[in-house]
Design a protein around this ligand. Structure first.
Ligand SMILES: [Fe+2]
Ligand SMILES: [Fe+2]
Length: 180
């Protein structure tokens, strides 16, 4: 039997490795994901979140204008939570030595979810539900792709995914209350 490979890298090697390419910050030699692809995926997620912020804000003000105060308040809560997701994603992109794309040019084509204004309250809720379901599917796919190659990004996306599931659940609840 040959010598078994040690489970953990020895301290000397870890210390030597850490000294190389210190300009890469959090990205060390053991980072196993394809960084460019992860940044690209995260920029698509960022665009999706921004589009969701804009759509929910529009819906918030439109619902407030037709005296649907409870729904309007819920739309605003969702808009603010989507903004937090966008911020988390942008910060992670920078940590991965990428650049967050906040450009309005091409925003809707980078986004997975759509910006639909909706004709009335029911329409708005349904469009938001569709967008959440799109976000749920694309986050799940990203998490599967990243797997255990970048656990920090995967964990962040899992947290966001759980919240999108709550959003979808809230919207279904609203439709039920409105007897739709
Ligand atoms: Fe979100
Ligand atoms: Fe959401």
């Amino acid at each position: 039997m040959g010598r078994k490979r040690p489970f953990l890298t020895d301290i000397k090697t870890i210390r030597a490795r850490a000294r190389k390419h210190i300009e890469r910050g959090a990205i060390t030699e053991s980072y196993r994901a394809d960084r460019a692809t992860v940044v690209k995926l995260l920029n698509e997620a960022l665009a999706t979140e921004i589009v969701c912020v804009l759509r929910y804000r529009r819906h918030h003000f439109m619902a407030a204008g037709i005296n649907a105060d409870t729904v309007a308040a819920e739309f605003l809560t969702h808009a603010n939570e989507e903004q937090q997701h966008a911020d988390q994603i942008a910060a992670r992109i920078v940590q991965l030595q990428g650049e967050p794309n906040f450009s309005p040019d091409g925003l809707t084509s980078r986004s997975h979810a759509e910006y639909v204004e909706g004709e009335n309250l029911i329409d708005m809720i349904k469009e938001d539900l569709v967008a959440e379901r799109i976000a749920i599917d694309s986050y799940r796919e990203m998490i599967e792709y990243i797997g255990d190659k970048d656990t920090t990004t995967a964990r962040m996306l899992e947290g966001i995914l759980a919240m999108e599931e709550e959003h979808a659940d809230d919207l279904v609840g609203m439709l039920e209350e409105l007897d739709q």
